[in-house]
Write a protein that binds this ligand. Structure first.
Ligand code: AMP
Ligand code: MG
Length: 348
């Protein structure tokens, strides 16, 4: 397949381009585009063939449902059975933004889009290109992250090109994304609204608007309960090299990582380190990458997937990473990092 790459400035949208891309969506084509969280791979959510194309391009298991992206609140009732007052309050506060809500689906939503479920996930992204594309493309755009299944989600067009060139019709390059982690998912069809995936909108922020909010017990590291969001059970984001998280006081973490790097070297293994701007000068490995700075936790979220991808480009056996339990985004960051590491954590 010949993939067209269109470059669009986020703040200088070329409407003609987007109109054409929208037309492609209506014709059942697949289009990767930027959102504020990560790049999405879009297809007409109400067309089962378009959904099937997305699964195929990503190599995504067919029981892992897609999120439908909308651009206007008025378009929500058509695809869901009912919108509760709580859901309306959350939409009013956080949409457009990094919050996905699960509702009971209406009959117009094909099971191909929901992975066979009676519920549907919906989000309104906060990105001018995404919003315009959705409006031009028929209002309902299914868009999982635009990566090959199992790889880190893409935070810039280069990542999308790496994974999907030749497998999708169009890639819109709209520059780097803002947040860098996928949306928070909250199940509004549950008796008590329940977080199925942590993201930039935290439990505390949700509770401030609607009171009680639970967290899916399946998300907890040591539990063997199956997560409720089908996609959360899959191995994700894992780099090719073995990734190990070292957790504890930062001085001890640095000391331990330096010892382990030295030992690896003696054993003929190549290892690298994920640190921050605040610590990279303290490491004695040949490959040390900074993920951001603890003084601005958003920088850590934004660069996590990019750093994991960078390590895939070099020949390395092992990666040691600091732990990033930062105040607001820490839960979302560690959810992804722990998965990438297969939950391999050394406490010091
Ligand atoms: P992605 O779009 O790649 O970020 O993945 C979408 C995530 O949303 C996956 O983890 C899915 O399992 C989850 N998801 C989508 N629809 C539903 C649903 N109806 N119920 C529960 N989880 C869902
Ligand atoms: Mg994904």
């Amino acid at each position: 397949m010949d993939t067209k790459v269109l470059t669009i400035e986020e703040h200088q949208i070329n409407r003609e381009f987007i109109q054409q891309a929208g037309k492609f969506l209506k014709e059942g084509k697949s289009i990767a585009f930027p959102t504020e969280t990560v790049y999405g791979l879009g297809g007409n959510a109400l067309d089962p063939h378009a959904s099937a194309k997305i699964y195929e391009a990503k190599g995504r298991p067919s029981d892992n449902p897609l999120i439908i992206h909308i651009a206007d609140m008025d378009d929500l009732p058509y695809i869901v059975k009912e919108v509760s007052e709580q859901a309306k309050a959350l939409a009013k506060t956080f949409w457009p933004g990094p919050l996905t809500m699960i509702f009971k689906k209406s009959d117009v939503v094909p099971y191909e889009t929901t992975g066979g479920l009676e519920t549907v996930a919906v989000r309104m992204p906060n990105h001018p290109i995404a919003l315009e594309l959705i409006r031009q493309g028929g209002k309902y755009v299914a868009a999982p992250s635009a990566n090959t299944s199992g790889r880190p989600s893409p935070t810039c067009a280069k990542h999308v090109i790496e994974d999907l060139k030749g497998r999708v019709d169009v890639i819109i390059d709209g520059g780097d994304v803002g947040i860098g982690l996928e949306s928070t998912i909250i199940d509004m069809s549950a008796e008590v609204p329940t977080i199925l995936r942590p993201g930039a909108i935290t439990q505390e922020m949700l509770q401030q608007v609607i009171g009680d909010v639970l967290v899916d017990p399946g998300l907890q590291v040591d539990k063997h309960t199956k997560p409720k969001a089908p996609g959360m059970k899959y191995k994700h984001y894992a780099p090719k090299a073995e990734l190990i998280i070292i957790e504890g006081e930062i001085d001890k973490v640095v000391e331990t990582i330096n010892q382990m790097v030295l030992k690896d070297k003696k054993d003929g293994k190549k290892s690298g380190v994920i640190g921050t701007d605040d610590t990279i000068h303290l490491y004695q490995s040949q490959v040390v990458k900074s993920i951001g700075t603890r003084k601005k936790e958003e920088t850590i979220a934004k660069h996590l997937y990019g750093v994991l991808r960078e390590f895939d480009e070099i020949d390395i056996d092992r990666i040691y990473s600091e732990s990033f339990k930062t105040p607001k985004l820490g839960q979302a960051i560690m959810n992804r990092l722990l998965k990438a590491a297969g939950h391999h954590v050394i406490k010091v």
